[in-house]
Design a protein around this ligand. Sequence first.
Ligand code: LLP
Length: 418
Amino acid sequence: MEPRFLLKIAEKFGTPLYVYDEDQIRKNYRTFLSAFKSKYKNTKIFYAYKANSSLAICHMLRQEGAGADVVSECELITARRVGIKPMNIIFTGNGKTDRELQTAVDSDVIINVDSMDELYRLHKIAKGKRKSAKISFRINPSIDARTHPKIATGLRESKFGIHLENDLAFKAYRLAKELEWIEILGIHTHIGSQITDVKPFKETAEKIMQFVCELKEKLEIKLRFIDLGGGLGISYRRESAPSPESLAEAIVPVIRRFNARMGYDPELWLEPGRYIVGNAGVLLCKVTGVKETPYKKFVSVDTGFNALMRPAMYNSYHSVRVLNKSEEESTEIYDIAGNICESGDILAKERKLPKVECGDIIAILDVGAYGFSMSSQYNLRPRPSEVLVWGETVEVIRERETCEDFFEKQYVPKDLLE
Ligand code: LLP
């Protein structure tokens, strides 16, 4: 999206503002899908709603044919509301409540079981409803995805999934097979996010497929799908990130090799989030001041980590542009300071930018994934508005919150009002 066009958008819709590029999202989706389809026809994509669950974006991906990877009751309800068919929804998540399991059984989605306790609770619920629950198990493959520790999920110390070690996963399938109201459909794993090397994916595919073969050979369980999760990284600071094509090249041959041994081809399911929406969103904000301390120069803006959590939470890097100034004139080094009352609220550190002044408009790039979806109202900062751009058209897809929104669901006992 051109700087001049973004400036016009900022002027018309105000800041802070998330702006998404519809063409880019569709393009990313198609690139991802075709990279796999061309090598493995039986591939299905389940877009990870947690990356960005704005309704317009979920609808767009439904139009493209994506299923949904959901991790909470409300994400599940969102996917249903958007019109995703139950068989195209997989409900992952650790610590699911009975209520969430009930909703999942009622809506016929696939439940990705994270623990044995969850399996027993689910079976009881399904039995009570006299309705089979369709499941996969989330497997922890004990693989280091070599990403930020907070977003590595397949480590042996991680809280997610059932481990292969000590035959735990094997026993889970053996037991589930005996349960009357449980129908086993697949297997799932997800080793982490923002992974920039295909090797851990390949190692995971090896381990999972080896286990899938064992299930077939020892328990006669023939799985309908193998879900290898999401996690493909994108380039935030011009570092190299593997393409979907190279990811497919790394894992499809592994799957094929084991398929030949098993004598059938299960479906391959994938759950990309970041790759689909990450580079398709920017956060626009306005400069409210420039402060020179004896040690640093700070640019204050009208947003903060309530709107974009990633830099504070993961020390993550997002490129920054001053939209109304030429990059060629970059002479100054600034920290971009968010407006939340915490020292940790620095949106970008030590960036070379043109001389910044009050009123300048700054774009923080590549925030389409885990930007708005991780936002909060901390410091009673209303969440930003979101707009969607296609071609020359710009449409609001979420209104800016107001102060009234903070009060809406609160009650003050009468005595306290005296
Ligand atoms: N499937 C499962 C089960 C997941 O837990 C996740 C992400 C995905 C798929 C999608 O992964 P992706 O393709 O987007 O990497 N808030 C962090 C990222 C957390 C990811 C959590 N799980 C961030 O801002 O970097």
